[in-house]
Design a protein around this ligand. Structure first.
Ligand SMILES: NC(=O)c1ccc[n+]([C@@H]2O[C@H](COP(=O)([O-])OP(=O)(O)OC[C@H]3O[C@@H](n4cnc5c(N)ncnc54)[C@H](OP(=O)(O)O)[C@@H]3O)[C@@H](O)[C@H]2O)c1
Length: 266
């Protein structure tokens, strides 16, 4: 997929990684339709470059929001890239996470991603070449204490990407799954940043992650894991999960300090 003149639908464009993706896509010569819930943030991103950009204010967790995106893409004349960079996360012990938070996270990370892909697929299939890019996570392959619901959502996306890519293998639509490690954006609360520091987890810059997402879009690899040694941990977790169980168990006290206790008195 060549980025020059590509027509990209970018969700999560107002986020830390999304804003960098937008800048790099524009630099590469793409046209971009950005999606987010905050009109003022969308307008600020499009200011001075309306010829190459469109904005859609939409809550992707709602049917009405997805209707708005579908209509805007149709009105735009279709798209060749659907880049999903929206998402929610919460560092919290599962016992303490409330019903609304679980529902909201799964709704944005999983349901909205699948539903929007399904809606835009016919338009993507009209292009000679198209690509759907999903931003997963290393936590889509490694279950991590404090992130049970987030891990569930990213494991789901990885399975979706694999199945869809196989389903579309004889069409012009490629599917790419890119799994960053921790990245410095406002998705991480102060507690999450403290935990990463305590555990010695490196946090990438959004610039670096965006560069690699763009490489993935242009390359031929279906799945990409960002960061060393995290990509090795993904493999070890597949082959020897007991080793990772032991390592995580040792880290539980530090994780609980930020994510909260495993038992909540009701
Ligand atoms: N940061 C990390 O450490 C990390 C690591 C691995 C993977 N990722 C993944 O990378 C993606 C981007 O993460 P980020 O760090 O850039 O997050 P972020 O800075 O928190 O941005 C999240 C984005 O999602 C959008 N969003 C949230 N709920 C939405 C909804 N209901 N409807 C429409 N848009 C919604 C937000 O838009 P508005 O609030 O403006 O509507 C915002 O643009 C996510 O999928 C995340 O899971 C992040």
């Amino acid at each position: 997929m060549k980025l020059q003149h590509a027509r990209v639908v970018l969700t999560g464009a107002t986020g830390g990684i999304g804003q960098e993706l937008l800048e790099q896509l524009l630099t590469a010569g793409a046209q971009v339709l950005i999606v987010g819930r905050r009109r003022s943030a969308l307008d600020a991103l499009a200011a001075g470059r309306w010829q190459r950009m469109r904005t859609v204010e939409a809550d992707l967790a709602t049917r009405a929001g997805r209707d708005a995106v579908e209509a805007a893409v149709r009105d735009w004349g279709g798209a060749s890239v659907l880049l999903h960079a929206s998402g929610l996360n919460e560092l919290i012990s599962f016992a303490a996470q409330d019903e609304e938070s679980i529902e909201a996270l799964l709704s944005v990370n999983v349901t909205a991603t699948l539903q929007l892909t399904r809606r835009l697929l016919p338009m993507l299939q009209q292009q000679p070449q198209a690509v759907v890019v999903l931003l997963g996570s290393v936590l889509g392959s490694i279950g991590h204490p404090g992130y049970a619901t987030y891990c569930a959502s990213k494991f789901a996306l990885r399975g979706f990407a694999e199945a869809l890519r196989r389903e579309l293998a004889d069409t012009g639509v490629q599917v790419r799954y890119v799994a960053p490690r921790a990245t410095r954006t406002s998705m991480h609360t102060a507690a999450a940043v403290r935990m990463n520091e305590q555990l010695g987890s490196t946090m990438d810059t959004p610039q670096r992650v965006a560069q690699q997402v763009l490489q993935a879009m242009q390359g031929t690899r279906h799945e990409r894991y960002l960061g060393w040694p995290e990509k090795l941990f993904v493999r070890i977790n597949q082959i020897l999960p007991g080793v990772v169980d032991k390592a995580m168990r040792k880290k539980l006290p530090q994780i609980r300090q930020e994510a909260g206790p495993s038992r909540v008195v009701s």
